[in-house]
Write a protein that binds this ligand. Structure first.
Ligand code: ARG
Length: 259
């Protein structure tokens, strides 16, 4: 876990500083990539979400993580070179609709509401929501959050979950790193964050704790595409090959499990 812990610390300290790293063109798959003959494919993400995706300062701020590894493998299988475009989570679906990215991987849950505007691949990882707060704050259940300031990522399913809990004073923020800083500074009382991501941030911030929210719906992740994209079927095939060969499982071990 040591590696993951230090990575989280790095991610935390850099998320705010780096902001948006735009490295693409407005024509996602139009030009050929650096490897001769291969077409470029552009992935949109929100790199504030270790271990799914975050900026690795030891690699010059490069976006790395579980999602990036899966995307690289799929791009490889399908003969593309991968380019990663970082933006706010809330801007990802608009970017798909505007055609500035070819697909999105951002630990994104395929909700019915999102399915109105984009298509999704099969689910590749399951997660659940937790309440993150200062240690000893006794904010462990949705009921205990009534009347409290609760931060969530803007446009996330955690924001919708917060809206379903009575009496919350919801504070929507763009970046997960910001949410953590706001709890530490006491400007919000708690946050709703998914389990695997919360776990990493808590290991890097010993003044915080997280508690699973009982009886919440699973919040799995899937890859998003523009509506009627011809890429969805190919990506599903590639994902299945990775599941069958045990590649996904070893990536899960590498990014999510204690070392
Ligand atoms: N799974 C949640 C959702 O789909 C949160 C994802 C946030 N992802 C990120 N890269 N910040 O709304």
């Amino acid at each position: 876990m040591k590696k993951f812990k230090s990575l989280c610390t790095i991610a935390l300290t850099t998320v705010l500083a780096l902001g948006v790293v735009a490295c693409g063109t407005d024509n996602p798959s139009g030009n050929t990539g650096s490897e001769a003959g291969k077409k470029k494919i552009v992935m949109g993400t929100s790199a504030d979400y270790p271990p799914y995706e975050y900026h690795d300062t030891s690699k010059g701020g490069e976006v790395v993580g579980f999602d990036v590894d899966i995307a690289k493998s799929i791009a490889d299988q399908l003969g593309y070179t991968l380019e990663v475009k970082d933006m706010d989570f809330n801007g990802l679906i608009p970017a798909l609709q505007a055609g500035t990215v070819d697909f999105v991987m951002a630990g994104m849950t395929p909700t019915e509401e999102r399915k109105q505007s984009v298509d999704f691949s099969d689910i590749y990882f399951e997660a659940k929501n937790t309440i993150v707060a200062k240690k000893g704050s006794k904010l462990a259940t949705p009921e205990s959050l009534s009347g409290k300031k609760v931060a969530v990522q803007l446009g996330s399913i955690q924001e919708s979950a917060a809206k379903d809990m009575p009496g919350l004073n919801i504070v929507p923020l763009n970046k997960t790193g910001e949410i953590i800083q706001e709890i530490k500074a006491g400007r919000v009382d708690a946050a709703i964050i998914e389990d695997t991501v919360a776990k990493g941030f808590i290991e890097a911030n010993k003044d915080l704790e997280f508690n699973m929210i009982p009886k919440t719906e699973e919040a799995g992740s899937a890859i998003a595409f523009p509506k009627n994209s011809d890429k969805t079927a190919d990506f599903n095939k590639a994902l299945k090959a990775m599941k069958d060969s045990g590649q996904i499982e070893s990536m899960v071990k590498n990014w999510f499990e204690a070392k």
